[in-house]
Design a protein around this ligand. Structure first.
Ligand code: GLN
Length: 481
């Protein structure tokens, strides 16, 4: 009896070393690489190590026990700062965990830090963060994409196997493509938005980055599903995503819309994505031609609806709630003005003004109401296309990672970074970005597969089969070992 007890104690000791020491290494890597990449806004050494020790001491089986994960800084984490990359929330500490976060923690994951992002998730390069840009681990003179660029860089640089980001118009898929990793935007309603700071509520999703499709599947399996705290979360059963990864994909029908491979598409990206589609054919998939006639209105529609919703959602940052208030602000109205003037950055102000304009009386019908109608047409295009195919393949981003500063003075050029991604958000359907190659300049490129409602499982299966047969093995120059 006594001997047995001693052995159990020893076993506990070695387990204690296991999770704690691996999390320690993750934290060391995060700190070391952050000086170069600026991917984390906070690295939570103390809480992560406490959690790791508690997990080591606990003998229960958990699906993500000891799994290190990074969380975008617009997802609430109890007791940790949630700044949204903004001065106006610089010292905001949420009083509660987002449902996705509490599910991860309950499953044994360890949150190692909060990641940098474009302010309020508005942007495609991460240059819009109030706390400095994130650098792309493949080339630190280039952007990682945005707005979830910090999470993308944290995964791409090998610090964490997976990270949460958020998607309103492509903010996980686009940086995933620019950083050479996997990025999944689920069906609207698949993951609870409770605790995700709202940007444009009809488009917002929590979304997932992973070094492999399996990492994405494991995280999705834990966080997906109905949540009573978010009435838009859907009561749709959550399958075992990991178990479905290796299913045979012979006979899968992939739709290709010619109009998406034309103007504005970088020739190297085009070639790599076309090769990926050919590779699928060699894996037994059937390629069919489809049409998405309203896809070209996606950007215009998105930047009306997203800004309209943002102008409403961001009205709550008024200097009364959430902390930041301009000094010597005077009476109430001037306090509002000064606080918002000082607290918000230029892109957020541009969006609030655009959104207020498209909602104003006299312009509402011409812009907002019209955009809602076109949104319905964009969705209808997809539903029609899915009568002919199971998935739609496109590039994820029209170009590889661009240079820091290259588009920062040209909002329209920046908005066009999302040309292939926004319409899945408008339609509410899932899509994944899968790394498929590298340009002559050594920059990664991804392709996108869009699926019908609730097809996250088949999308992950397609991604996993592709990467099993055509692995993307290159590593960025900034990489943790
Ligand atoms: N880049 C797009 C924008 O600036 C999408 C942002 C997002 O998905 N959060 O709005």
């Amino acid at each position: 009896m006594t001997l047995l007890r001693i052995d159990a104690g020893r076993m506990n000791d070695s387990r204690l070393l296991m999770i704690k020491s691996s999390i320690e290494k993750t934290l060391d890597n995060a700190e070391r690489l952050n000086t170069e990449l600026n991917s984390f806004l906070s690295i939570e050494r103390e809480s992560a190590l406490n959690r790791a020790s508690a997990l080591d001491a606990d003998s229960s089986e958990l699906p993500l026990k000891g799994y290190p994960i990074a969380i975008k800084d617009n997802i609430c984490t109890k007791g940790l700062r949630t700044s949204c990359g903004s001065r106006i929330l610089e010292n905001y500490h949420a009083h509660y965990d987002a449902t996705a976060v509490s599910r991860l923690v309950d499953a044994g994951a360890v949150i190692v830090g909060k990641t940098n992002m474009d302010e309020f998730a508005m942007g495609s390069s991460n240059e819009g963060s109030a706390f400095g840009p994130v650098k792309n681990p493949w080339d630190i003179t280039r952007v990682p994409g945005g707005s979830s660029g910090g999470s993308a860089a944290a995964v791409a640089s090998g610090v964490v196997p997976a990270a949460l980001g958020s998607e309103t118009g492509g903010s996980v898929r686009q940086p995933a493509s620019l950083c050479g990793i996997f990025g999944l935007k689920p069906t609207y309603g698949r993951i609870s938005r409770y605790g995700l700071v709202a940007f444009a509520s009809s488009l917002d999703n929590i979304a997932i980055f992973g070094r492999t499709a399996d990492d994405v599947a494991r995280v999705l399996g834990v966080i997906a599903g109905r949540d009573l705290l978010d009435s838009t979360s859907a009561d749709v059963p959550v399958p075992d995503y990991s178990a479905g990864l290796s299913a045979d994909i012979t006979g899968a029908k992939i739709g290709v819309a010619k109009e998406l491979f034309g103007e504005g598409l970088d020739p190297e990206v085009r070639q790599l994505v076309e090769t990926a589609i050919e590779n699928y054919r060699n894996l037994g998939a059937e390629i069919v031609e489809i049409e998405l006639p309203h896809a070209r209105y996606g950007i215009a529609v998105y930047y009306i609806i997203a800004t309209a919703e943002a102008s409403s959602n961001l009205a709550r940052y008024d200097g009364v709630r959430y902390g930041f208030r301009a000094e010597e602000a005077g009476e109430l109205r001037s306090m509002y003005f000064k606080t918002r003037e000082e607290g918000f950055g230029p892109e957020v102000k541009r969006r609030i003004m655009l959104g207020t304009y498209v909602l104003s009386s006299g312009y509402y019908d011409a812009y907002y109401a019209k955009a809602q109608k076109v949104r319905a047409l964009v969705k209808r295009d997809y539903l029609r296309a899915f009568e002919k195919c199971d998935f739609i393949a496109t590039p994820t981003s029209p170009t590889p990672a661009f240079r820091i500063g290259e588009r920062s003075d040209d909002p329209l050029a920046m908005y066009l970074s999302d040309v292939y991604t926004v319409s899945a958000n408008l339609a509410g359907i899932p899509a994944i970005s899968v790394p498929c190659g590298i340009t002559d300049a050594g920059l990664p490129v991804g392709f996108q597969l869009v699926g019908n409602f609730w097809s996250e499982g088949p999308l992950l299966n397609m991604a996993a089969r592709y990467s099993a047969e055509f692995p993307f093995t290159e590593k960025p120059s900034v990489f943790a070992d």
